[in-house]
Write a protein that binds this ligand. Sequence first.
Ligand code: PMV
Length: 356
Amino acid sequence: MLATAEATPNIAFVKYWGKRDEKLILPTNPSISATMDFQLRTRTSVLFSKTFSKDEIIVHNKRLAGAELLQATKALDHLRSLGKTRLKARVVSLNCFPTAAGLASSAAGFAALAVAGAAALGLKLSQKELSITARLGSGSASRSVVGGFAEWKAGAKKDGSDSYAVQLAPPTHWPEFRNVIAIVEAGEKKVKSRAGMAETVATSSLFTQRLRDLPKTLETIRKAVLRRDTSSLFPAMMRESDNMHAVMLDTWPPITYLDDVSKQIISAVLELNGSEPVAGYTFDAGPNAHIFTTERNVLAVKRVLLEIPGVKRMIVAGVGDGPRLLSRPADALMGEDGGVRLARYDQETDQIQISH
Ligand code: PMV
């Protein structure tokens, strides 16, 4: 059966940076995130068929190969073992992000693959199983599957069966919560997160201290989210982002994802906050800033960002529900026979144009 799903990225307040198992993608620590709304989304169609002799994954018109293909195959293998089948799959995926966003997200891609893949095999999986499937493709994807505010439990078992995300709260918990995304630069990141994390675990002594401090940070941030307490969430979120980037810099060879513009954004947000925090920044493996705030302070944040010449574009996102299945055959990125359709995302209309 052919199935299509869309999913969105998530941004972590408590970061995942470090694995205890490289193969199964098991993290050294739990993490907490907010899933973004459908302005930034990835659409993925999956078809399992006996006519396929191998798995084939096409992301943005490019066939995956090597390590990337291998990782995606692990998620498919997990679905095959749940569905007790050996059928090979074709996966076609398209990122619907504004160009130059530099936000291409493996989290959205693998969350969509898990949901579409399960549906393509006729499996009714729990959120836990979907989260584990997505995790096998990319760690942060485990959080995008559940939507809303999510916590990925690190788990302790060797087989990873207790390492999956749960929803802490749905988007309706905090309708006025916003992420002002400041796009600083497009392009591929210099060090891939997979390689960077492994180097941090192997070389950084600050990382050991980070792991000791994290339980307290997790508790503070979890409570702040549940109580919608911006005065404790924003400072804790900024310190946690700074801590991850400090550990990256303590890695050998050092990893730097922040650039001068990111640093200007940090100063500007701190200045805007004064003694009463109205916003909190967080950065992932790149220079783009995610500045969380509430609806009534979005303009103030935008105004401050407008004064920084290196900020190329801003997107204001709310919290999203998580993946959705698209049932109309016309929305699929391939035909029932596996024929790949020509598709492109049109930024002006925010529509995917598919040639049938
Ligand atoms: O799942 P990956 O390999 O894309 O790792 C993402 C790690 C960070 O984005 C830097 C932090 C996080 O928790 O999302």
